[in-house]
Structure formats: structure tokens, C-alpha cells
Design a protein around this ligand. Structure first.
Ligand SMILES: *Cc1c(COP(=O)(O)O)cnc(C)c1O
Length: 404
């Protein structure tokens, strides 16, 4: 008799976005005359830019001719894309990354999840609280998280609260973790980490032999020139950190699927190269991202592609500004939205996250995401996203303000 992975049964039910979607559709069904504005989704809404569409068409045509047809690609991605990454995402910021340190993939979500494969079960994992649920649930599935307690925390995970007091950047925990997930600019709080803050983490990881898993899916949204885009801008990071990047939010690739992960050759644990481990893992379990898609991703790095993607990011960040300014004007405490497409709003009068969510849904017909869904320290907050269109952002703010 086959035995299932019992760790899955420990996962708490009702995933956050399933529940918010359920409440939103129940409301919509009961009030068909009301128009809901969705500021809850973490998905982009603007179409792919013309340079990307052109590259896609050209690559499709290549696939239709014997002389330019492509079958399986190189395990870790085509050189034309890896070269563009090394040059534009790293060299341009003064960081040296080797071509054989970049692994092209089909999503930062899958890579953040799959990285678990190269680590022993017996590792202590630290996560921010609130947190992108993928880091937590994948460690739970692997059996590394222990049991889910009544307090909303897994017994074996180290939670690093990110609160107003520490400006939503975690303090170094008292119990030394082996694996530390960091995500900056942050989803859900919109917070960023300074060079000094990241330096403290890198030094800590190197001192203790920990590994930092750095998710910089939102680096393109950084507007403050002093904020690092990559953890490798910090001295010593190549000895302790893996970085995840994605074209999903950078260039609207959520439905197109392309990302990459950097594992430096200098990163060794127990005498073994993590670059080798990840390469071995990927070449066994993954057969690469489609040629057509890698061509599309490379188009983002052309002069025209950069200009076009920048315009889309600016568009979203203008929404962020509308939301941030509109809500702070009426006295709500608002965080993020400057270097990230997320606005983290404190509920008024100490109201619970889900209560405020319901109130905004019922009264303002605006769908948000309750902060409590991202972890216990998210209680008392809601997350709004800037990924809608400008008219909806302005109207949503007006409705929220009218119905506080
Ligand atoms: C959206 C997002 C990603 C990107 O995931 P993809 O699988 O590349 O679409 C990664 N990390 C965080 C925190 C995100 O919010």
C-alpha cells in the first residue's frame, strides 16, 4: 500500500487567496449591482510590452523552420539570456556574477520552493512574519516545519516579526537559523532593506554558516538609489546567499513564466558546492524554460525593452502613490508603496484584519488582502496592491475614504 506524504495533512486549510476570493464572489453574487474594485490580487494587469511581443513572434517563426528550430535547450538557459542578465542586472550595479552561476527557470515561486531539495530535513528555517506563504508551506511539505500550532505558527520554524517598531525589517533572531528567507522589496509589507541592514544579515550568516535565500522578485520597483537591488551588492554575500529573480512583476511575465536563480560558486556548505547541488537538481528534475519565452525575456534588456518595461512599472508606482497619499491624507497609517507595488495599511482603531477586509468589501466594495493571512504579525493590517489601473486606484481610495 502506497503511503502518502503525511506532511501535507498538517497544512492548515483555506488558503488565504481562496478565502478572500470566496468572500468577494459571495458578496458579488448577493449584490449583482455593485462593482467591486480588486486591490487584493498580486498579479499584474498591463499587457506585455511591444518589444516582448515582437520577440515572441520572431521566436515562434524560428520554431517553424527546420534551420532555426530548437528542441531541448541548454539545461540552465540560453547564453543570450544569461549574458544579458550578467551584464544588465549585475555588472551594471558593480557586481560580478559568472555565467555558470545563473540558472534560468520558469518561476521564482517554483525555485523558492524547489531549493528545499538541496537542504537536509534537519535544518532550522527562519522566516519573516508576515511572509510570502510559499517559503513556509514548502518547508512544511518537506517535513522541516514541525506542526502547525493554534497560535498560527509552525513549531519548528523561527519567526522573525516585522513590525512598525523595526520598520518591517526583521531583527536577528536569538535562535541561530541554518536557512534564512529574506524578501526585499517585501511582499506583503512593501518594506526595503538598506545596505547596512543586509550587511548585518550577510555577516551573521557567514559567522554561523547559515544560508540566506534572498527573493528579489520586486527589485525593479526600487526608486531609492541607495537601496540595493541584489544581495550580491553586499560584501561576503557570494559566500552565503542564493538570489531569486523573476520577470513576473518586472515585465508582466506572470502568465508567460520566466525567472532565474543565482547560486554563486563560492557558496559551499559541508565541503560541497551549492552551485553544483542546484545544477544537479535542476538538470534531473527540470528540462528548461521554452526558447520562445527566453527570447521574450532577453528582449526586456534591449534599450527599447527597458524603456517600455520602465513605463509600465512607473504606471503601477503612480497607482501606489495615489493609494498611499489618498489614505494617509485621512489619517490612516500607511507603509510601503514607495519602493514596492504593495501598500501595507494599519487597520483603524485596532480592528482585526479580516474585520477590516469585510468592512471594505461590504461598504466600499473594495477587495483587499487581510494582513493576518501572511502570518500572525500581519494581524491589524491589510495589503493593497498597485497592480490595477489608475482610474480604479483613484476610485478605490475615494470609496475607502468615504466608508471608513
Ligand atoms: C510574485 C512573487 C514571486 C514571483 O513568482 P513567479 O513564480 O516568478 O511568478 C516571487 N516571490 C514573491 C515574494 C512574489 O510575490
Amino acid at each position: 500500500m502506497a503511503k502518502i506524504n503525511g506532511n501535507f495533512q498538517k497544512l492548515p486549510g483555506s488558503y488565504l487567496f481562496t478565502e478572500t476570493a470566496r468572500r468577494a464572489s459571495a458578496y458579488a453574487a448577493a449584490h449583482p449591482d455593485k462593482k467591486l474594485i480588486k486591490l487584493g490580487i498580486g498579479d499584474v494587469t498591463q499587457p506585455l510590452v511591444p518589444s516582448v511581443i515582437k520577440a515572441l513572434h520572431e521566436a515562434v517563426d524560428e520554431m517553424g523552420h527546420k534551420s532555426t528550430f530548437k528542441g531541448y535547450g541548454p539545461d540552465f538557459g540560453y547564453d543570450f539570456l544569461i549574458d544579458a542578465i550578467v551584464k544588465n542586472d549585475y555588472e551594471a550595479r558593480g557586481v560580478k556574477i559568472g555565467k555558470d552561476e545563473v540558472f534560468i527557470s520558469d518561476g521564482a515561486k517554483s525555485d523558492c520552493a524547489n531549493i528545499s531539495d538541496i537542504f537536509d530535513i534537519d535544518n532550522t528555517v527562519a522566516v519573516c512574519d508576515p511572509v510570502y506563504p510559499v517559503y513556509v508551506d514548502t518547508n512544511a511539505m518537506a517535513g522541516r516545519a514541525g506542526d502547525f500550532g493554534n497560535d498560527g505558527r509552525w513549531t519548528n520554524l523561527v519567526y522573525m516579526p516585522c513590525t512598525e517598531e523595526n520598520c518591517f525589517t526583521p531583527s536577528i533572531p536569538s535562535k541561530v537559523p541554518d536557512i534564512i528567507y529574506l524578501c526585499f522589496p517585501n511582499n506583503p509589507t512593501g518594506a526595503v532593506a538598506t545596505k547596512e541592514q543586509l550587511k548585518a544579515w550577510v555577516d551573521y550568516a557567514n559567522r554561523n554558516g547559515s544560508v540566506i535565500l534572498f527573493d528579489s522578485a520586486y527589485e525593479a520597483y526600487i526608486s531609492d538609489p541607495s537601496i540595493p537591488h541584489s544581495i550580491y551588492e553586499i560584501d561576503g554575500a557570494a559566500e552565503c546567499a542564493i538570489e531569486f529573480r523573476s520577470y513576473s512583476k518586472t515585465a508582466g511575465f506572470t502568465g508567460t513564466r520566466c525567472s532565474y536563480t543565482v547560486v554563486p560558486k563560492a557558496l559551499m556548505r559541508g565541503g560541497v558546492s551549492l552551485n553544483w547541488l542546484w545544477g544537479r537538481r535542476q538538470s534531473t528534475r527540470f528540462n528548461g524554460t521554452a526558447y520562445i519565452i527566453q527570447k521574450a525575456a532577453a528582449a526586456i534588456y534591449t534599450e527599447q525593452g527597458k524603456k517600455e518595461t520602465r513605463a509600465v512599472i512607473d504606471y503601477y508606482m503612480n497607482n501606489a502613490r495615489i493609494i498611499r497619499e489618498g489614505l494617509s491624507k485621512v489619517g490612516l497609517q500607511v507603509f510601503g508603496g514607495i519602493n514596492a507595488p504593495y501598500i501595507w495599511v494599519k487597520t483603524p482603531g485596532g480592528m482585526g484584519s479580516w474585520d477590516f477586509f469585510d468592512r471594505l468589501l461590504d461598504k466600499a466594495n473594495v477587495v483587499t488582502t487581510p494582513g493576518a493571512g501572511f502570518g500572525p504579525s500581519g494581524e491589524g493590517y491589510i495589503r493593497l496592491t498597485a497592480f490595477g489601473d489608475a482610474e480604479s486606484a483613484a476610485e478605490a481610495v475615494e470609496r475607502i475614504v468615504r466608508n471608513l
